[in-house]
Design a protein. Structure first.
Length: 118
């Protein structure tokens, strides 16, 4: 689950990587969802354009605070939470402009923590 506050090159790079990982791990039933936390009325169109590029990542919009009970940090531009069932296995949060390619690689490296090895 990825929570983001704006669509930018860093986020699209992460989405591209996750799209490929979901494709590789279909048998493990890996899923990826990006939830934009925004009240920008133009966001829906931008999100649809992003969704046309990637077939394995679900996209949605929620309010600025994020879903109740998730406690998304207000100063986090991108928050990545990997979980199975109700157990968080990895959590990454980045302030605006802090998410870099090396961070995307670290995030992707955590995928084995949630992929069933059966």
């Amino acid at each position: 689950m990825i929570f983001a506050r704006e669509i930018n090159d860093s986020l699209t790079g992460l989405v591209k990587s996750l799209d490929a990982e979901v494709e590789k791990n279909k048998s493990a039933k890996l899923h990826a969802t990006v939830v934009m936390l925004s009240d920008d009325e133009a966001l829906e169109k931008k999100l649809k354009e992003l969704g046309e590029k990637y077939k394995n990542v679900s996209l949605g919009i929620d309010n600025i605070a994020g879903p109740k009970g998730w406690d998304i940090a207000k100063d986090a531009d991108v928050t990545v939470v990997f979980y199975t069932g109700n157990n968080v296995k990895a959590n990454h949060a980045f302030k605006k402009g802090a998410l870099k390619d090396a961070d995307v690689a670290k995030i992707v490296a955590d995928i084995p923590k949630i992929v069933d090895k059966k």
